[in-house]
Design a protein. Structure first.
Length: 209
């Protein structure tokens, strides 16, 4: 599954220009993104202890994201840049608002995750991974810092693989109904295309503009 099969839009030239114009901010936010991706994956290991198809690959994904986090920290250090807090673009939170199913409270009362919500959750993660991949590929061509471009190239394959994994998990959660998952993915991808195009945001890995 390539990001072209997942995303409904390409990043705007204005985002690419803003990113290339402020690589230090992009790099700090990138570190936060890798850390959050690892955290989300570990959260799934706790949330879905009885889903064997998820455990092994998502544990591996979590480890990969932490390696990426450490690599970004090294890239920051090599450039004399400090890692620190940075407000989030609320991209993932906006996407998660479209997750269907019962409220968290009702889900907790039911004692197990709701399959419809699980499909959406996996698809939102697939979209985030696919957008990261798409943005790395866009940056590689024009990044004036060639060492950084090489680093993005080394990450792009992994993020593409992560996007595919989350789509596969969505299909598994849907009992193998690939057509239903594709249809739902198209709806969520249309929403993601709106969120990623939000104007007037400070530069972030997943900011709009
Ligand atoms: Fe990553
Ligand atoms: Fe990833």
């Amino acid at each position: 599954v390539s990001e072209h099969a997942i995303l409904a839009s390409a990043s705007s030239p204005s985002w690419v220009a803003a990113a290339l114009g402020d690589l230090p901010t992009l790099l700090v936010d990138h570190a936060h993104c890798e850390k959050r991706a690892a955290s989300t994956a570990v959260r799934f290991l706790f949330k879905y202890p009885e889903w064997p198809a998820l455990l092994q690959p998502v544990s591996r994904l979590a480890r990969e994201e932490l390696v990426h986090f450490e690599q970004v920290l090294r890239e920051l250090k090599a450039r004399g840049l400090a890692y620190g807090t940075l407000s989030s673009a609320n991209y993932a939170a906006e996407l998660m608002k479209r997750v269907r199913g019962p409220s968290t409270g009702a889900r907790r009362a039911a004692g197990r995750p709701d399959p419809v919500a699980t499909v959406d959750e996996m698809l939102v993660c697939a979209l985030i991974e696919a957008r990261s991949h798409e943005r790395f590929v866009r940056l590689i061509a024009d990044c004036p810092d060639r060492a950084l471009a090489d680093f993005y190239a080394s990450l792009a394959d992994a993020e593409e693989r992560h996007g595919s994994l989350y789509v596969e998990l969505a299909v598994d959660a849907a009992g193998g109904d690939e057509a239903a998952v594709r249809a739902r993915l198209a709806e969520l991808a249309a929403w993601e295309a709106q969120v990623i195009a939000r104007p007037h945001q400070p530069l972030r890995m997943h900011s709009g503009g």
